[in-house]
Design a protein around this ligand. Structure first.
Ligand code: M6R
Length: 615
């Protein structure tokens, strides 16, 4: 939520900052801005409401020279999206400019106190308060900006990643973080700062992940300095390799990142499985589970916390873990977990699932679980993100950068890892038979090919989507493993097409939602040949007898559904626990094409951002 970038070096900063903002735009696109610190001592600030394109239009008519600068793309929290509330924010004198990702919780108190000292405010943002506070501290203490930033941050409550620049100091940037991510790219005589590694890719492959409560001083011609915000003591600098390619960050000929990411699933699933299943499919080895075998042996209960699509994956995880490990599992929205007086015991395992690894609610749930003594296991995509660094152990899903705001390949990766976890822990606990391990492992190994088959539905789904583009409401139904798939299908549709859609357990329909069904309301039903198939057929009959149209996701040889449904989309048959992987992909495509037909910006849906780093 909000993307920040900074650059200092010998190249022109502006094009690097703009390109970086474009890569970060998935984090928010309410407004964008840039501040350039020039050799002549001036500080130029340009801002515009809306997407980065608008900023380019504004800035390209002005002087964009300078070898150092900071920039921001905003997802509005405090104050409406307009030019004034856009970052960078400057201090009263205009000397200091700052970009910020996060939320300053005590900003109202600080603003009031600064107003009493004669500070006036142009914007409604918490970030401007921080810029003013830094200037106030500097004026009061007659200190260098580094010390002023540190002192100011000690007065701040909340979350932040900031980069600060100053008039007359084009040779220095200052950055700090607490609970919001910040990555430093270390190049030859140039340094990059960004909310995630994507803007840095292609410039350097050496990065430092700034830790919570650290402050970095980047000064041209001098080595990078990092120190503790609390103690002012120097910190160790841990330079890590960045394994990401520019191609992974481009659309690669697709119209949208979302479509590219849907089509990447055969290869992302292969990456996700790599090295985790033995060649003969007799064993599953997930190092995070094997190394902590005792935890899984002793576990009385597993609690999974997550948000959005990751929460849907968690619901599938619950079923597969209960089936294969015989451990009771509870699934909680991370945002509700910490307000529900959770009862966590020392034999409970908490699993946190997050694509980005930066979701504020999930991070807060982890923190609370750890305070209560729980052992926490993370399932994450972004390497080096906050969640993997704040959990006791975990597994990366390794599906590569997911840029489309609507999560697709991360969902199938999460379900895959949860299945591997259930198989691996089930082996350790002796609760899963060898035959079952082999059956599911073989199907997983074939999954990339299976998904290629599913993707052949692209053309038919594109055609089908035209018939449903103007529906105002959709119902998604599924049972057992595919009730969460129904929830996920509905979420995909509503977030990118803005059509109201509800996911329901199919049998619950008759307890209320059936009243909604008429000729105008299509129902999407997930009906693989599983243990609940016959029951779902009767649910479809109930929809049809009320005049509703039905799109069914089925397996081959499905005569009953073929006769009942208006349209059947056939996906290959797989073991029941894997049906959500194959069934979710047609739903991703359906949502995508309906949104495209409606002319929506699929990768940047309104009001949304990719990683939700505010509560
Ligand atoms: O990065 P996370 O997995 O923690 O994100 C959780 C949700 O914000 C995310 O899944 C969101 O619901 C997506 N837009 C769904 O497509």
């Amino acid at each position: 939520m909000c993307g920040i970038i900074g650059y200092i070096g010998s190249q022109d900063a502006y094009p690097i900052l703009i390109q970086g903002l474009r890569r970060l735009e998935y984090r928010g696109y309410d407004s964008a801005g840039v501040a350039l610190a020039r050799q002549d001592g001036s500080l130029a600030v340009y801002k515009a409401r809306g997407k980065v394109d608008n900023l380019e239009t504004v800035a390209s008519a002005r002087d964009t020279s300078g070898n150092a600068g900071i920039a921001h793309t905003r997802w509005a929290t405090h104050g409406e999206p307009n030019d004034t509330n856009a970052h960078p924010h400057t201090s009263q004198s205009g000397r200091i400019a700052i970009v910020h990702n996060g939320t300053i919780e005590n900003y109202a108190v600080l603003r009031e106190a600064l107003a009493q000292h004669g500070f006036t405010f142009k914007s409604e943002t918490d970030t401007e308060v921080l810029a003013q506070l830094i200037e106030y501290v500097q004026n009061e203490n007659h200190c260098d900006l580094v010390e002023a930033v540190r002192e100011a941050l000690l007065q701040v409550e909340g979350a932040y990643a900031i980069v600060v620049t100053e008039q007359g100091r084009p040779d220095r940037l200052i950055a700090a973080r607490k609970s919001s991510p910040l990555v430093i790219g270390v190049g030859d005589d140039e340094t990059f700062l960004a909310s995630d590694a994507t803007p840095i890719v292609g410039f350097t492959d050496q990065v430092v992940y700034l830790k919570d409560n650290e402050l970095a001083i980047i000064e041209r011609g001098k080595p990078l300095q990092i120190k503790s915000l609390d103690t002012d003591e120097p910190s160790d600098i841990d330079i890590q390799p960045l394994k990401m390619s520019v191609a992974q960050l481009e659309k690669g000929g697709y119209d949208a990142f979302m479509l590219k990411e849907i089509f990447e699933q055969p290869s992302t699933l292969l990456d996700c499985l790599r090295g985790r299943i033995t060649d003969d499919c007799s064993r599953v080895v997930l190092s995070g589970v094997v190394e902590n075998a005792e935890r899984f042996l002793q576990a009385h209960r597993i609690v999974i916390v997550a948000c959005g699509t990751s929460w849907h994956a968690a619901l599938i995880g619950k079923r597969v873990i209960q089936e294969l490990c015989k451990i009771p599992v509870e699934v909680e929205y991370a945002s509700e977990f910490r307000y529900g007086n959770p009862m966590i015991g020392k034999n409970d395992i908490v699993i946190a699932i997050s694509q980005s690894g930066e979701t504020a609610d999930t991070l807060a749930a982890i923190q609370l679980a750890r305070e209560k003594g729980a052992w926490v296991y993370g399932i994450c995509n972004v390497v080096g993100a906050s969640i993997p660094r704040n959990t006791d152990s975990g597994t990366y899903i390794h599906v590569g950068p997911e840029i489309g705001v609507a999560s697709t390949k991360a969902f199938t990766g999460q379900v895959t890892v949860l299945t591997l976890l259930a198989l691996c822990a089930g082996q350790i606990r002796g609760t899963v038979s060898r035959e079952k391990v082999r059956e599911v492992a073989q199907a997983l190994m074939k999954m990339p090919e299976t998904i290629k088959e599913v993707l052949k539905l692209d053309g038919p789904i594109r055609q089908l989507s035209r018939m449903f583009t103007y529906a105002h409401n959709f119902l998604y139904l599924g049972r057992g493993y595919n009730y969460p798939t129904a929830l996920e299908g509905a979420l995909k549709l509503k977030e990118i097409s803005y059509i109201h859609a509800e996911g329901y357990p199919a049998a619950e329909m008759k307890h209320g939602p059936i009243a909604l069904i008429d000729r105008e309301m299509p129902t999407v039903i997930i009906a693989p040949n599983d243990s609940l198939y016959d029951k779902i057929v009767s649910n479809v009959e109930q929809v049809k007898s009320r005049g509703g149209s039905v799109i069914a996701i089925v397996n081959p040889g499905n005569d009953k559904m073929e006769r009942l449904a208006d349209c059947c989309l056939e996906v290959p048959e797989v073991p029941e626990c894997l049906t959500p992987i194959v069934s979710s992909i047609p739903l991703q495509l359906l949502a995508y094409y309906i949104a495209v037909n409606k002319g929506k910006d699929v990768d940047r849906p309104r009001n949304l951002a990719k990683s939700v780093t505010v509560e």
